[in-house]
Write a protein that binds this ligand. Structure first.
Ligand code: AMP
Length: 283
């Protein structure tokens, strides 16, 4: 496994792999890797011979007062995990390498970037789009793997690739959970034991909505109420949003029909913000 910090070295290594006919996959991450990230790496290995993982805590997707400084970092541990997964190349650039001080162009995610997470973190998705577009430009992957855990991010990256005609296929991968249902996240390490116990309420709320849907409820607002009521049973959890939305446009739904819908929740546990989501499939 090669670990590189410069864009030119990455371009050279990828070009060599491509020259011998290997398909290139990219898995973008912010490090502090867990089984969720590794599931993306494994999915990438199924579809490509040469797997690149980027490890970069992207400052432009953090707003003022968010946890950029405190975000967990463990490059050494990450490299051990990625080596064991048979990754070909890790790209771990410094911020000054990734962002030229003179850079002024950013990628606007459009209206999908204004709702849900975007309503609370107004500059988040333009930071995500900008760094992902740059990573696509540096690595030029055939395929790029993203987790459904960050469902809105996946939807926005798909839209960006479509609207900017980027030559990459985006692959979404299912959310990996702890045995009690909590979605794995690098931020889970911030939780105190009490908050960790309370944090399962996000998944419990999603499952309660799903159970109500399976029992025949088609009123999306009623499903939102089910989730709100469930989160309200957990005093340590402060909800940011609870929504049932179209899985493609992320527009809030009034009623479920045969088109794919998604339940999405965000809540704060102490100073930690967690998000989760679940497919709502009628029939
Ligand atoms: P992050 O390091 O948090 O930016 O995440 C990097 C990638 O891993 C993103 O595509 C995430 O959606 C994905 N990811 C994070 N947590 C999980 C999880 N629990 N299951 C599946 N994918 C995940």
């Amino acid at each position: 496994m090669e670990t590189l910090v410069s864009k030119d070295e990455v371009r050279r290594a990828v070009a060599e792999a491509r020259a011998v006919g290997q398909r290139i996959a990219l898995v973008p991450t912010m490090g502090a890797l867990h089984e969720g990230h590794l599931s993306l790496v494994r999915a990438a290995h199924e579809r490509a011979e040469y797997v690149v993982v980027s490890v970069f805590v992207n400052p432009t997707q953090f707003g003022p007062g968010e946890d950029f400084e405190a975000y967990p970092r463990d490059l050494e541990g990450d490299l051990e995990l990625l080596e064991a997964e048979g990754v070909a190349l890790v790209f771990a650039p410094a911020t000054a390498t990734m962002y030229d001080p003179g850079a002024t162009v950013i990628v606007d995610p459009g209206p999908l970037g204004d709702v849900l997470e975007g309503a609370i973190r107004p500059t988040h998705f333009r930071g995500v789009c900008t760094v992902v577009a740059k990573l696509f430009g540096i690595v030029e992957p055939d395929l790029a793997f993203f987790g459904e855990k960050d469902f809105q991010q996946l939807a926005i990256v798909r839209t960006m690739v479509r609207d900017l005609d980027l030559p990459v296929r985006v692959v979404g991968c299912p959310t990996i959970r702890e045995p009690d249902g909590l979605a794995m996240s690098s931020r889970n390490v911030y939780l105190s034991p009490d908050e960790r116990a309370a944090a399962t309420v996000l998944y419990r709320a999603l499952r309660a909505a799903e159970a109500r849907m399976l029992a025949g409820e088609r009123d999306a607002r009623a499903l939102v109420e089910v989730m709100r009521a469930k989160i309200a049973t957990e005093p340590l959890a402060v909800p940011d949003y609870t929504e049932v939305a179209d899985a493609v446009t992320l527009a809030p739904l009034d009623a479920l029909d045969s088109s794919p819908a998604r339940a999405l929740v965000a809540a704060r546990l102490g100073s930690t913000r967690l998000i989760d989501n679940l497919a709502l499939e009628v029939g």
